[in-house]
Write a protein that binds this ligand. Sequence first.
Ligand SMILES: NC(=O)c1ccc[n+]([C@@H]2O[C@H](COP(=O)([O-])OP(=O)(O)OC[C@H]3O[C@@H](n4cnc5c(N)ncnc54)[C@H](OP(=O)(O)O)[C@@H]3O)[C@@H](O)[C@H]2O)c1
Length: 310
Amino acid sequence: MNTKPAAQQPTPQPTPQTTSQPTPPSVAVIGLGNLGRALAAAFLDHGHRTTVWNRSPAKADDLVARGANRAATAAEAIAAADLVIVCVLDYDNVREVLTPAADALRGRTLINVTSGTPEPARELADWATAQGAEYLDGAVYAVPQTIGTPDAFVLYSGSSAVFETYRPQLDLLGAPTFVGTDPGLASLYDVALLSGMYGMFAGFFQSVAVADSARIKATDITSLLVPWLNGAAAALPGFAAEIDSGDYTTETSNLDINTVGLANILTATKAQGIGVDLLAPLQTLFERQLAQGHGSKSLSRAIESLRTRH
Ligand SMILES: NC(=O)c1ccc[n+]([C@@H]2O[C@H](COP(=O)([O-])OP(=O)(O)OC[C@H]3O[C@@H](n4cnc5c(N)ncnc54)[C@H](OP(=O)(O)O)[C@@H]3O)[C@@H](O)[C@H]2O)c1
């Protein structure tokens, strides 16, 4: 990989070093939405020469006032930096922004933290590599306000050499974890983790709807729901171990008892005049396991109803 400073540097030139500290790599941040601005600020705060570009130029103003260099085009930003971070809305936008700047990518390192899905990430990695760039894909678990704090973490996949070389810069954004050389893996983890989050939201909506049908305030039920869910989450590592081992033997929470319990919940919910759209599919998964004779097995065996291969 190329870790040499960029050959072409737009204004201003790097600040001469007054100590023997090595010069930190120059960084470009392309895409200055809420997250991109926080990323650029983190690099600026830690003394990196930072060049910024955004489709709507005004979003760069605050960063420029804090010392960032404003690039007139994405290509100019790329040419100014060793490390190029891209953070726009989706992968189509990434392509839109980078395609006209393709020539500038040769010899650069590209880290794309735009949210996406595995296949577009792999395609982007192939395209960037064909332009002569090193590629790392990232999935950010933070809100802009927590970038650079212990609450932020970022998963990366793609070039392990990029991850190792730029680890000090990645540390500035949030705890970095490398999940594999397949560039699609960070997105795959993202899909998995966000699936868990949306499943939790589904439970929340169902819970609040039931409470609401009896005029219980959402805030009141939620004050009980949050500690209840935190306690329930403690069961997940045990379920995960069962799934990994394929041993679903249990003496505690089996599928028979959970299927009866969930059926009661669905019946009571309908009696309250509330839809069961969010929970009914789970009952279907349980029943499929029962039909295959696995009622005495652990609740965690419900995952086998989702598997379409293995
Ligand atoms: N915000 C978060 O908490 C968070 C957390 C994790 C991951 N992410 C991910 O990070 C990415 C950026 O999120 P954000 O919160 O910064 O979004 P945002 O505030 O809505 O900013 C979107 C950015 O994308 C740019 N953009 C959109 N369409 C474009 C196009 N066709 N060409 C060029 N630029 C375009 C926008 O430019 P303009 O300013 O010109 O519109 C802006 O810079 C998303 O993929 C998001 O899922 C965000």
